[in-house]
Design a protein around this ligand. Structure first.
Ligand code: PAF
Length: 283
């Protein structure tokens, strides 16, 4: 499997593949790959000749320097995992911060029509400018035909679709379903940092979401939110940061339910010092 640490190398490799009319998929990741990432890569392998997997812990999307420092970095085992999927059809781009940011590690400022001010945008200052900056750069470097993102970061997925629309970037964005552990816990690279007692407690998040979904059929969004907040206020280990029922398109919190709209519930929870997010389609 070819692995590159410099953008000029990956640019050259992809240009060569394109002269051979190969269809290129991109799966952007921050590494510490788990089955959720592998499902994205597998999906990309189905629909593309070659798949570039980028592995880069992007500093500009972290609002918390401790989180950035502790983010797991496991490049060698990531590469070994990718090899189990395909040795010939995957290219890894694992750059340094300097290769990407060329000595100027700052975000561009973006407008995403208000999507950036909801939920994660409220709690992680500057996060989506950082995500927009790195994803736009990866699109410029790799120039993929298709790019794959998980619905666990549903707000990020909507923002990337908006980025592509606003900047007329010629790439097809493919959203892929959330991958869960057998306990229901949404897969995340951060799960590896959970101490055993918190790992045991964390499936409560998805369990609560599934009950909230049932309740949403018969109760108002406010009543469902109150119920969820109560569940967490009685919990010893998990601390709720937000639970929001929002329009799946605009991501604005629901005021009055309409049969014509799609809704989703979004949640962020602290398990010790580890922040976990999840979401569920409600109708
Ligand atoms: O979802 C992630 O892992 C990151 O936000 C992404 C899209 C790879 C950008 O750094």
């Amino acid at each position: 499997m070819e692995s590159f640490s410099e953008k000029k190398q990956i640019i050259k490799a992809v240009a060569l593949l394109k002269t051979k009319k190969q269809v290129i998929g991109l799966v952007p990741t921050m590494g510490a790959l788990h089955e959720g990432h592998l499902a994205l890569v597998q999906r990309a392998l189905k629909n593309n000749d070659k798949v570039v997997v980028s592995i880069f812990v992007n500093p500009t999307q972290f609002d918390n320097s401790d989180d950035l420092k502790k983010y797991p970095r496991t490049l060698l085992s990531d590469i070994a995992l990718l090899k189990t999927l395909s040795n010939e059809r995957i290219l890894v781009y694992a750059p340094t911060v300097d290769d990407v940011y060329e000595g100027n590690t700052v975000s561009e400022s973006f407008e995403f029509d208000g999507l950036e001010f909801e939920m994660e945008g409220k709690f992680r200052h500057g996060h989506f400018d950082g995500v927009g900056t790195i994803v736009k750069r990866l699109f410029e470097i790799v120039k993929p035909h298709n790019a794959y993102f998980g619905e666990k970061d549903f707000q990020q997925l909507q923002i990337i679709k908006k980025l592509v629309e606003k900047h007329a970037i010629p790439v097809n964005i493919v959203g892929c379903p959330i991958h869960r552990e057998t306990t229901g816990l949404a897969m995340s690279s951060r799960n590896t940092r959970l101490k055993p007692e918190y790992k045991n407690a964390a499936p409560f998040i998805y369990k609560t979401l599934t009950i909230a979904k049932q309740q949403f059929g018969i109760k108002s969004a406010n009543k469902v939110s109150e119920w969820v907040e109560n569940q967490f206020s009685n919990h010893d280990l998990l601390e709720l940061e937000y639970f929001i029922i929002a329009d799946a398109k605009s991501l604005k919190p629901v005021k009055r339910k309409s049969n014509k709209k799609e809704y989703r519930a979004f949640i962020a929870v602290y398990a010790d010092d580890i922040r976990l997010i999840d979401n569920i389609a409600l109708n």
